[in-house]
Ligand binder design. Structure first.
Ligand code: ADP
Ligand code: GLC
Length: 476
């Protein structure tokens, strides 16, 4: 059912990535699906994106609407209907990801690249905008969008601002010498403003100056108010808790649907779970593992970072293999984690396969072909893979943190473990495999997982409510 919301509010959704054009993680998925869900409900939502090569490539039909000089850079605003693109090849059209060069190093000028992006977002939300379309609300996502509320603060006539934290660990910290070049009012560079221990913090700016703050699950909204998860910003978040809410992400239930997924070997649904076996065999063949229907297959997909507990998985691998089980892992990221996992694979030929890289097709094949999905995250603001895996009848074993707590029902649709230690992961996989060996129980768990509604409807309704509340409150 379409959420009933005020369709007259105009929203500018500001994000550094949007699938399928450009995606490094869940933010790309959310930036595609949430505006779409809001538009489907009748809202006027447009997404502002930097003009990376992969974005410009699919926006050939876009119309040039304005040329503006921002922080010393000549930018062109391209209008492609649902998207507004900031075209400035010198800043954005580069060979690499939105944030890094191909060799995995952050672009040196990221603060300026995203400073220009934020400044433009702010400009579009004031009477000085060169566009006829003006938003009532600017929705900023993560640090690359977080200076927009800073620039808008104090404007006489401006849109309301929402700052959404998808990951508090990435803050956009930079040299304080950039305060001037970024045209941030010098009076804002204080510990009550966007100074963070002597550095300029993009994210802190958004958290201080936005009218409302959200994050991507209720549990993470509570966690980030504690020193353990607050990355040094927990005090500020506690002070602003009255305007902070956790809204659980949804997933794109069309892209991630085992009944229609063209990327998997055989399509299936809760009534045809036996077809999963074909996906398992196809995955084993694809990753050069012996095809064995009876050996439980554990899958994992994700960025190789401390956050995702890749080291816990590597440390647990010998015991997991001995259960016995096969393991497949897809991802890329920190070289030390890649090395750790390569060593595990070398120790267990025929049992462990590690695919390094970003590969959407293989990610779908793992969701469909694995028996159990592993997510040993140290922290997880929301997490999408555990929702995909439940939808694919591949119960997750996940650490009880953030959005994993809010989306996995322990013993019913998956298995949760508390402590961020490999022994706890091993114990939870043991519980999962005990259930796996009881076919009637396993089928019940798979069906309960597949029956869950992770669609965007509820989240879209909650964002729309928030937008409506803000749009009616007089702005500072
Ligand atoms: P995060 O945003 O922290 O990386 P999420 O679970 O929210 O974690 O989202 C990750 C998204 O990125 C999922 O859609 C996942 O399938 C995808 N993904 C991550 N790494 C890879 C990879 N190496 N290949 C393909 N997809 C990946
Ligand atoms: C972040 C988080 C992840 C979340 C995603 C989308 O990258 O790490 O947990 O699902 O953003 O909100």
């Amino acid at each position: 059912m379409a959420p009933s919301i005020d369709s007259s509010a105009r929203v500018l959704f500001v994000t550094p990535e949007c699938a399928p054009m450009t995606k490094t993680g869940g933010l790309g998925d959310v930036s595609a699906a949430l505006p779409e869900a809001l538009r489907a409900a009748g809202m006027d939502v447009r997404t502002l994106l930097p003009g990376y090569e992969e974005v410009l490539g699919v926006m050939a039909h876009a119309q040039l609407r304005a040329s503006v000089r921002v922080l010393g850079f000549d930018c062109r605003l391209l209008d492609a209907g649902a998207f507004i693109v900031v075209d400035c090849p010198e800043l954005y059209a580069r060979d690499g990801s939105p944030y890094q060069s191909r060799d995995g190093r952050d672009w040196d000028d990221n603060p300026v690249r995203f400073g220009v992006f934020c400044k433009l977002a702010a400009l579009l939300a004031t009477p000085d905008s060169p566009l006829a379309w003006r938003p009532d609300l600017v929705h900023c996502n993560d640090w690359p969008a977080a200076l927009a509320p800073v620039y808008l603060h104090g404007e006489r006539e401006r849109a309301a601002t929402v700052m959404t934290v998808h990951n508090l660990a990435f803050q956009g910290l930079c040299d304080p010498a950039l305060v001037g070049p970024l045209e941030v009012p010098a009076s804002y560079f204080t510990p009550d403003g966007l100074e963070f221990y002597g550095k300029l913090s993009f994210l802190k700016g958004g958290l201080v100056y936005a009218d409302a703050l959200t994050t991507v699950s209720p549990t993470y909204a509570r966690e980030i108010q504690t020193p353990d998860f607050g990355s040094g910003l927990d005090g500020l978040l506690r002070r602003r808790r009255d305007v902070l809410t956790g809204i659980l992400n949804g997933i794109d239930t069309q892209t991630w649907n085992p009944a229609t997924d063209a990327r998997i070997a055989r399509r299936y649904d809760a009534g045809r779970l036996e077809a999963k076996a074909e996906n398992k065999a196809a995955l084993q063949r694809r990753l050069h593992l012996p095809v064995d229907e009876d050996l439980p297959l554990l899958g994992a997909v994700g960025r190789f970072t401390h956050q995702k507990g890749i080291d816990l998985l590597a440390a647990a691998a010998d015991e997991l293999v001995a259960m016995p089980a096969q393991i497949v892992v897809l991802g890329k990221g920190e070289p030390e984690h890649q090395r750790e996992l390569a060593a595990v694979a070398a120790r267990h030929p025929g049992r462990v396969a590690v695919a390094i890289g970003f590969n959407e097709d293989l990610a779908h094949a793992i969701e469909a072909g694995a028996d159990v999905f592993l997510m040993p995250s140290r922290f997880e603001p929301c997490g999408l893979n555990q929702m995909y895996s439940q939808r694919y009848g591949t119960p997750p074993v996940a650490r009880a943190t953030g959005g994993l707590v809010d989306t996995v029902i322990d013993g019913v649709t998956g298995f949760l473990f508390e402590s961020a230690e490999s022994a706890a992961l091993v114990a939870a996989v043991r519980r999962a495999l005990a259930a796996y060996r009881d076919p009637a129980r396993w089928t019940r768990i798979q069906r309960a997982a597949m029956a869950r509604d992770f669609s965007w409807g509820e989240a879209a309704r909650r964002y729309a409510d928030l937008y409506r509340r803000l749009a009616t409150v007089p702005q500072r």
